[in-house]
Unconditional design. Structure first.
Lengths: 165, 70
């Protein structure tokens, strides 16, 4: 083959990165074990048997800050025996998270993913990003971003998942 | 000496090093130091004047607070 064509193909290959496999509705959720702020290791599998809402957020992300009071409201609203809410923070510095949460104390579990390893496995397309998982560990919905306008609709979806047989 | 081959491989290394920033990696992009304008208050007034004069808006900045969130 002509050297020019060979080089052009080789160069083209470097321009197109290998697409990572995103976690889509219908697939089984990916388990993870991460530390909380006080060093306790928490696994996603502790939420097994419950409808689970997994949220990835960061203190530097303005829409994420808006979502925290809403998630606190979800915890108040839904029965803990049927609904589990776990959030994954991706800040690189733990002290930033501690300081941030002093202003808005969470009612839910916060685990830390400072290296972004779990974020990479979940192949997030936005910040914040959330996943709604049913009792069997199957992803029902993946959601990008947060807005107050969508929050009521999302509560309905969560309620429907909890009430589903 | 044929310079095409080493130049080609240098180009490949440069191109391969260009990777998009993942959403969870945008911490530093969200920093106020990374804002396009030094004075955000002045920037707001300038944009307002421009929008009023031109009758249109948008085409500047990054959404979601500088990190492109949402």
């Amino acid at each position: 083959m002509c050297p020019f064509i060979t080089r052009a193909l080789f160069l083209a290959a470097t321009l197109f990165p290998v697409a990572s496999k995103a976690l889509e509705p219908g697939e089984n959720v990916i388990d993870f074990s991460l530390k909380t702020l006080d060093g306790t290791i928490v696994s996603l599998s502790t939420c097994r048997g419950k409808v689970t809402y997994i949220d990835f957020w960061a203190s530097w992300c303005p829409p994420c800050k808006l979502s925290i009071p809403w998630m606190n409201e979800l915890v108040r609203q839904f029965d803990k025996e049927k609904f589990c809410l776990i959030t994954v923070n991706v800040d690189s510095d733990k002290s930033t998270v501690t300081k941030f949460l002093q202003h808005i104390p969470p009612l839910f579990t916060v685990v830390l993913d400072p290296t972004g390893k779990v974020a990479e496995e979940y192949d997030l397309h936005s910040m914040p990003a959330s996943f709604l998982v049913n009792r069997d560990g199957v992803v029902l919905e993946r959601h990008k971003g947060f807005s107050q306008e969508e929050s009521k609709e999302r509560e309905k979806i969560i309620r429907k998942a909890i009430e589903a047989q | 000496m044929n310079l095409h081959t080493p130049l080609f491989f240098i180009l490949v290394v440069i191109v391969a090093a260009c990777t998009p920033v993942k959403p969870w990696q945008k911490e530093h992009l969200a920093s106020p130091h990374m804002a396009f304008e030094a004075n955000t208050t002045e920037g707001k007034y300038r944009r307002h004047l421009y929008e009023s004069r031109e009758g249109s808006r948008g085409g500047y900045g990054v959404g979601g607070g500088g990190c492109g969130c949402n």
